[in-house]
Design a protein around this ligand. Structure first.
Ligand SMILES: Cc1cc2nc3c(=O)[nH]c(=O)nc-3n(C[C@H](O)[C@H](O)[C@H](O)COP(=O)(O)OP(=O)(O)OC[C@H]3O[C@@H](n4cnc5c(N)ncnc54)[C@H](O)[C@@H]3O)c2cc1C
Length: 302
């Protein structure tokens, strides 16, 4: 089955987009902000927080990056007006990083300022390793300017993350810790599942022991158990950490974490630019082959 999964994952670029869209619809709230708002309202009613993501990356036109900034401000207004329990997750490549890092910083700063004015928080998603240094630099610059309502992401698969985390704890950074989703070379990234888990466990311990706010972003039972152990041992304030999961993934696990008394946030993507995100999610789905083949041959996506 693993071979078939990996075969289907490799052939995804050749699978018609409507089929990919169908099998990945569980991961995406919809194409409009109103769709995302409805999903967040449902999550909030189940005692779960959310973070909104406008789908799309690698924007190469200034005008487009500026219109995404305006959309983000509309999202922040909507969160405030509807009293949603949600913050936002922004990708630098979506707000002009590939055009000019300084231009991108200007946009990011205006989003963070708008969030600050509305009592909200911005998480800067972490993209591939060509952007790690620059993303951390933009985060540090915002903090140096006095913005506290901003957080960053650390990917446990990167060998450099140990040093990055030790640096971030000095400024009591707010960190989302995840395994990392991009294909990176063995020179810079662990490839082996156990090594990545070991790195995740170590980084999580350093962050919790040093009193940083941690977003524990994983659906991996092994790491969730490790997190429970660390939480029991260090007894951090309940408001100093949260679990984070992706929309459409392991909903039962999500509920069990909340039932155990922990805070949990769901990542809620919406928008038209769903393809790259969906492919990344599908590749991580252990049942990818079954879903894709069923959709191809029967038109059924469940
Ligand atoms: C809230 C959140 C934010 C993230 N932000 C970033 C980011 O900024 N940068 C970045 O590089 N990565 C990000 N990621 C992705 C992350 O790096 C991993 O690629 C992803 O979470 C899968 O790793 P895992 O720890 O869940 O372990 P895995 O071993 O991949 O998954 C554990 C189990 O969860 C289930 N599962 C996982 N994914 C799926 C899926 N797509 N469909 C169905 N079942 C699934 C399976 O049962 C699997 O066995 C984020 C993840 C989360 C939860």
């Amino acid at each position: 089955m693993e071979l078939l999964n990996s075969f289907v994952a490799k052939t995804l670029p050749f699978i018609p987009k409507p089929i990919v869209g169908k099998v990945s619809s569980r991961y995406i709230a919809g194409s409009r902000l109103a769709d995302a708002v409805a999903v967040v309202q449902k999550l909030n009613a189940q005692n779960m927080m959310a973070t909104l993501d406008i789908l799309g990356e690698d924007v190469l036109e200034r005008g487009k990056a500026e219109s995404i900034r305006n959309e983000w401000i509309r999202v922040l207004d909507e969160i405030r007006e509807r009293r949603l329990d949600s913050n936002i997750s922004v990708k630098l490549s979506q707000v002009g990083f590939r055009i000019d890092p300084d231009f991108c910083y200007g946009i990011l700063r205006s989003i963070v300022r708008a969030a600050h004015e509305r009592g909200n928080f911005v998480r800067i998603d972490m993209e591939d390793s060509t952007m790690t240094t620059a993303t951390l630099a933009q985060y540090r610059k915002l903090r140096a300017e006095g913005f506290e309502n901003v957080g960053v992401v650390i990917q446990a698969y990167l060998r450099r993350s140990d040093a990055d985390v030790r640096d971030l704890v000095k400024m009591k950074a707010n960190v989302r810790l995840c395994k990392g989703i991009y294909r990176e070379s063995p020179d810079i990234a662990y490839q082996d599942r156990d090594e990545i888990r070991r790195s995740f466990g170590l980084l999580m311990r350093v962050l919790i022991e040093n009193g940083c706010y941690v977003g524990i972003a994983t659906h991996d039972d092994y790491l969730i158990d490790k997190a429970y152990e660390l939480i029991q041992k260090n007894n951090p304030d309940r408001n100093r950490y949260e679990f984070q999961m992706l929309l459409g993934v392991r909903e039962q696990l999500r509920s069990s974490i909340v039932a155990a008394g922990h805070r949990l946030r769901v990542y809620v993507p919406y928008g038209d630019q769903w393809y790259s995100y969906s492919v990344r999610r599908l590749k991580e789905n252990p049942q990818i082959a079954g879903y894709v083949l069923r959709a191809l041959f029967t038109g059924n996506n469940t």
